[in-house]
Structures are given as structure tokens and as C-alpha cells.
Design a binder for this molecule. Sequence first.
Ligand SMILES: Nc1ncnc2c1ncn2[C@@H]1O[C@H](COP(=O)(O)OP(=O)(O)OP(=O)(O)O)[C@@H](O)[C@H]1O
Ligand SMILES: [Mg+2]
Length: 247
Amino acid sequence: MNDKNDEYIVDIKNLHKRFDDRIVLDNVSLRVAHGENVAVVGRSGVGKSVLLKCMVRLLKPEVDKMTILGQNVPVLNKNDLNHLRQRIGFLFQGGALYDSMTVRDNLSFPVRRTLISKNKQEVNRMVEEALDHVELLDAIDKYPEELSGGMKKRVGLARTLILNPDIILYDEPTTGLDPITSRNISNLILRIQKEFQTTSIIVTHDLTCTKITANNIVVLQDGRFIEKGTFDDMKNSDQEFVRDFFQ
Ligand SMILES: Nc1ncnc2c1ncn2[C@@H]1O[C@H](COP(=O)(O)OP(=O)(O)OP(=O)(O)O)[C@@H](O)[C@H]1O
Ligand SMILES: [Mg+2]
């Protein structure tokens, strides 16, 4: 089966997620085509990270349909879920680097865990190539605490890229960075999409990042996608909240 020929890489229908009696996502639906970069924007606390976590089953939603890369996510057994997760790169909001490991070890860890057949030289080569992509080869022997916020994000990105994922879920890839670093990361996300034909979902409230990276945008508000379209569509939206957001 060649999943890349499936019509949609991500196909979610009526996803509902609540915590106790608080509804966070109220029947959201989302389709992402192969090679597309979709930005999910919305205010803080609206449920963007929850959506990404539901997609990799770190959280369990109620949902009518949720296929990713042709796999029916809600019913996958543990093995198949792990296999799918290996094809999904997840850039966590906080970077999620291991503080006690060097950059090299942070990157080689997922490779060793998932591709046990690789020898040491081969893993080193992969680590160096991934760091080269984010222009951080010279930080290879540093520890996370020795890196700036932007460098940590880039290391996180390199670690996401190293397994050559078919789809990447970026959670706030540019938040907290200065405008130049933020722009560099956004350009990198765009380059990754073009170079590897990767499909991506980019959760962000950074408009510059959205403008640079996204082919399509969805706006999350009150548990629902209240608008979908291009950056220009958002600026010309009928809805005041969306126009204000994209000012
Ligand atoms: N594991 C959890 N248990 C209970 N409530 C949760 C859990 N995870 C998230 N929430 C709640 O769900 C809501 C949405 O959280 P989420 O982290 O998705 O927001 P967000 O849109 O990513 O915000 P930000 O832009 O600040 O990252 C919040 O009210 C949060 O408190
Ligand atoms: Mg979040």
C-alpha cells in the first residue's frame, strides 16, 4: 500500500474532546492533503495542543473518523500505533530535549530506539546531517542548558527530522523567539516541506510564521474551526474576530 497516494494524509471528522465537563474541541473536522502545510491558529488555551495530542493518541478523543497516513488511529493496537508514530514527527511546544544528554545524544536516541539495525557511524552521519539542516552542527557536543531558546527549537526540529517523517506536527515552533530567529525557523519549515514533500500541521499564533509557512489556515475558536482558507481569505473574513486576529 502506498499511503502517499491516499487522497488525504490527515482526515478527521467530528473530533470531540472534553476534560470533565469542559468541552475543548466540539466536533472539529480537518483534512490535510499530501505536501500541504496547514496552520492551526487561535488564542491561548483554545485547544490547539490538545488537537495535536489527540492525533497521536497522547489524548483520547471521541471521533467519527480519524485517519492519518491511511491508518485508522482510534482502533490501532499498540504496535501499529508505535509504527505510525515513527512516521509522524512531533515538535513539542517546550522542545522536550533531555537535559542530561548532549545534542548528539538527544538526536541519536530516537534513531537507536527505532532503527536498531543502524551502526554507530551510520547514526552519527544521520545526526550530523540533521543538525546541518538546522545549521547547528557546531552545537553537537553541547548540552541543552548551554543553548539559547532558538537553538533548542532548532535542535528539537533536527530531532523531529532525523527519522524522515511523512508528516510533521509543529506545536508553536516560533513562540518566544526574536523576530529574526522566528523568521529563520519559519523559512526552514517551508524548506522542509518543499525539499521532502512533507505534510505538516503547524500550530501557532505567530502571524509571520503562518504567512511564510501555510498553504491553508484554520482558525480555532470556542471549540470549533470558525474559518478556513488562505492568509488573504483570513484578512478579508466576514468574521470580525478573524479579521482582528490577522490585522
Ligand atoms: N491533560 C489535560 N487535562 C485537563 N485539561 C487539559 C489537559 N490538557 C489541556 N487541557 C485544557 O484544555 C484547554 C486547551 O489546552 P491547549 O493546551 O490545547 O491550549 P492551546 O490552544 O495549545 O494554548 P497555547 O496557545 O497557550 O499553547 C485548556 O483549557 C487546558 O487547560
Ligand atoms: Mg499549546
